[in-house]
Write a protein that binds this ligand. Structure first.
Ligand code: DQA
Length: 138
């Protein structure tokens, strides 16, 4: 059974509450239950942190044994050399995902420090971006 972890970064604990016009009405916990029901043949786990170092620690912890990471690093995508380096330093492939189409938004969201070290990038499909990220590993 493939082991895949979804990692959400800062402010994504507020999904369903925060800026619903951009990020939608659904909270991540209920979406994750739907994902687990959809992918019964995948060992799916979830981690969220608002702290850069905790995201890096998690990547180090699982990044040599898991089959894939679906990572939405939120705003750290656009600022964090350190998360980019962490992705480069592990062997587990990482797919960068975003709920919104960051390229339709402010210019500061157009650059990613993570993407050069990721297998690919999926953005703009709402929560389905995560589903597509999982599918990319199967
Ligand atoms: C986001 C896009 C980022 O620019 C933003 O900072 C987020 C969420 C998305 O999923 O669309 O927090 O990663």
């Amino acid at each position: 059974m493939k082991k895949i972890m979804i990692i959400n970064g800062p402010n994504l604990n507020l999904l369903g509450v925060r800026e619903k016009n951009i990020y939608g009405n659904q909270d991540f916990a209920s979406f994750f239950e739907e994902l687990k029901a959809q992918y019964t043949d995948v060992d799916l786990s979830y981690f969220q942190s608002n702290h850069e170092g905790e995201i890096i620690d998690k990547l180090h912890e699982i990044g040599f044994t898991y089959d894939g990471v679906v990572l939405n690093a939120g705003a750290y995508t656009h600022t964090s050399l350190a998360i980019g380096d962490a992705i480069a330093g592990i062997t587990t492939p990482v797919v960068e995902v975003h709920i919104s189409n960051v390229h339709k938004r402010e210019a500061f969201r157009h650059h990613s420090y993570l993407a050069p070290n990721c297998t690919g990038v999926i953005c703009g499909f709402g929560l389905q971006s995560y589903t597509l990220g999982i599918a990319s590993f199967l």
